[in-house]
Design a protein around this ligand. Structure first.
Ligand code: SF4
Length: 464
C-alpha cells in the first residue's frame, strides 16, 4: 500500500514537473542552445572514424564480453590492482559504500576532500553524506562546482550545468563568492580555478570516479578536459576511486577504441584533453601519486540488471550522454525532472532496476519510442526496446492501477467483438473519448473525432 502511494506520488510529481518544464520557453532556449553546440561538434567529430559503424559494433562487442563475464573480470581486476598495493572495497549498495568512506575518512582524520566529476558518487550522495559527518567537500569539475554552489544536482551526466546560461552563472558567483559582476566567461573560470587551486593543496583525500575499469592491468581509466581529476589525486595523500562494477573492459588494448568512442559521442572531441590510468598508490621508484589508493566497487542494483539476460545490455553504457542530447523528451523536460541520478533515455532504462520498479516505472513511459537514442548509442544499446521491456516487466509485476485494468478490459472486449464496436454510434463514442481523455490526452490537443460511420459499416454498405 505504502509502495503504491509512493509510486503514484513519484509519477504524479514527474508529470507535473514535466508539464511545467516543457512550457518553460527560457529553459527550452538554454537547452536547445547548449545541446545544439554539442550536436554540431559530434557531427564534425565523426570524421575521425574511417568506419564509425564498425567502431560501434566493436565497442558493443567489447562491452558485452565484459558484462557477460563480469564475475571473472572483476576478480582479475582485483588481483591486478591489489598486486601494486591498491585496496579494493566492495559495496553492495549506497550504505555500504558510505560506510567504507566514513571508515577511511575517520582513519585519516580527514576534514576536506576534493572530488572529480563522477555520477557514481552522486548515486551514493557523497557530498551530502560527508558534509553531515563534518567533512568539507569540493567539486572540482567546473560544471559540478557550479551546481554544487547552486545547491543543485547535475542536470546532465556529462555537462552538469547545461541548464545554466552565462548570466545565471555570473549571478551565482556574485551571490555565493561575492565577486563583482562579470559576464566574461574567462574571468568566471579563473575565479573558480583560483578557489579550487587552494583546495587541492588543503585536501586530505582526493576522490574520482572511473570511466573504465581495466581488468588485465588492474587500472582505472579517467578521462576529462580540465585536469581537475589529476589535481584531485596529485596533492592528497589518499585517493579513493568510486566506480560502478559495470565499467569493466577486459584489456588495455580495448581503450584504443573505447576512449575515442566516448570522447566523440560525449562532446564531439577527437580526444579529450587528459587521459589518466590509475593503477594503485605511488610505487617506491615513483616521484608522485598518493600514498594510499582505494577503489570502492559499487553494485547498487547493477547485479539485478545483470540477472536479466534480456536487459543486461543496459550495463554496457559508457555514460557518454549522446542519448540524452538527441532525445526529444529530455530536450523538453530537462534533466532535473527525472529526479534520479541518471536521466534521459538510459536513465529511464536503468533507474527502475537500480532504485525500484515500483517507484520509477513511470520513467519507462517517458519516451516517444522514436529510437533516436538507439541510433546514436556508441555501444549500440537497444535503448528504446529496453524501455518497452521495462513496461512489460512492470505490468507483469502488477504495477498498474484498477482504472487502467478496467479500461483495458473494456477495450479488449470491445475490440474482440464487432457488435460491441458498432454500438452507440459516433455520438456516444466521441462523448466517451472526451469524458475519459480530455484531462490527459486532450489537455493541450484537439481530441480526434470519431467518423459518423465506421469502416465496417461503410464496407457493408459498399458491398450490399
Ligand atoms: S546509453 Fe549509449 S548513448 Fe546513452 S549514455 Fe549510455 S553509451 Fe551513451
Amino acid at each position: 500500500m505504502q509502495n503504491n502511494v509512493e509510486q503514484k506520488n513519484k509519477a504524479e510529481e514527474f508529470i507535473l514537473e514535466a508539464d511545467h518544464k516543457a512550457f518553460d520557453l527560457e529553459h527550452r532556449r538554454k537547452i536547445n542552445f547548449n545541446i545544439g553546440r554539442y550536436n554540431d561538434a559530434v557531427k564534425n567529430g565523426s570524421s575521425q572514424f574511417v568506419n564509425h559503424e564498425l567502431g560501434r559494433k566493436r565497442a558493443s562487442y567489447i562491452k558485452s564480453s565484459a558484462i557477460e563475464n563480469l564475475d571473472k573480470y572483476l576478480l582479475e581486476f582485483e588481483a591486478n590492482f591489489t598486486r601494486r598495493g591498491g585496496k579494493v572495497l566492495w559495496a553492495k549498495n549506497k550504505t555500504e559504500a558510505q560506510n567504507h568512506l566514513l571508515k577511511i575518512f575517520k582513519e585519516k582524520k580527514a576534514k576536506t576532500t576534493v572530488k572529480a566529476k563522477s555520477m557514481t558518487t552522486e548515486e551514493i550522495h557523497f557530498n551530502e553524506f560527508l558534509t553531515e559527518h563534518g567533512v568539507k567537500t569540493f567539486e572540482t569539475d567546473l560544471g559540478e562546482y557550479i551546481v554544487q554552489l547552486a545547491g543543485q544536482k547535475p542536470y546532465h551526466i556529462v555537462t552538469p550545468a547545461m541548464h545554466m546560461s552565462k548570466k545565471d552563472i555570473s549571478d551565482l558567483f556574485v551571490e555565493k563568492l561575492h565577486i563583482p559582476y562579470t559576464d566574461d566567461a574567462r574571468e568566471l573560470t579563473l575565479t573558480a580555478r583560483r578557489i579550487l587551486r587552494q583546495e587541492y593543496v588543503n585536501a586530505d583525500i582526493g576522490v574520482t570516479g572511473g570511466n573504465f575499469l581495466i581488468a588485465d592491468i588492474g587500472g582505472i581509466a579517467v578521462t576529462e578536459n580540465e585536469g581537475n581529476a589529476r589535481l584531485s589525486t596529485a596533492f592528497p595523500k589518499t585517493h579513493i576511486a568510486i566506480v560502478g562494477i559495470e565499467k569493466m573492459i577486459p584489456s588495455m588494448e580495448d581503450l584504443g577504441l573505447m576512449w575515442p568512442m566516448l570522447a566523440h559521442s560525449g562532446t564531439g572531441q577527437m580526444v579529450t584533453v587528459y587521459y589518466t590510468i590509475f593503477t594503485g598508490p605511488r610505487q617506491p621508484n615513483e616521484s608522485d601519486g598518493p600514498e594510499e589508493m582505494y577503489v570502492i566497487l559499487l553494485d547498487n542494483g547493477r547485479t539485478h540488471l545483470l540477472e536479466d539476460a534480456d536487459k543486461r545490455q543496459a550495463l554496457n553504457c559508457i555514460r557518454c550522454g549522446a542519448c540524452l542530447n538527441i532525445c526529444p523528451v529530455y530536450k523538453n523536460i530537462g534533466g532535473h525532472t527525472y529526479k534520479s541520478t541518471y536521466s534521459g533515455p538510459i536513465g529511464s532504462v536503468i533507474t527502475p532496476h537500480y532504485n525500484g520498479m515500483e517507484k520509477f516505472k513511470h520513467l519507462s513511459y517517458a519516451s516517444s519510442l522514436c529510437g533516436a537514442c538507439t541510433s546514436v548509442c556508441p555501444v549500440k544499446i537497444d535503448i528504446h526496446n529496453l524501455l518497452l521491456l521495462n513496461r512489460n516487466q512492470s505490468i507483469k509485476q502488477g504495477l498498474f492501477s484498477k482504472a487502467e485494468r478496467f479500461g483495458f478490459n473494456v477495450w479488449k472486449k470491445a475490440m474482440k467483438n464487432r457488435k460491441l464496436m458498432n454500438m452507440g454510434g459516433s455520438f456516444f463514442k466521441n462523448l466517451a473519448l472526451k469524458t475519459l481523455f480530455s484531462k490527459t490526452w486532450g489537455k493541450r490537443r484537439t481530441m480526434p473525432e470519431v467518423a459518423p460511420k465506421s469502416f465496417n459499416e461503410l464496407w457493408k454498405e459498399r458491398n450490399k
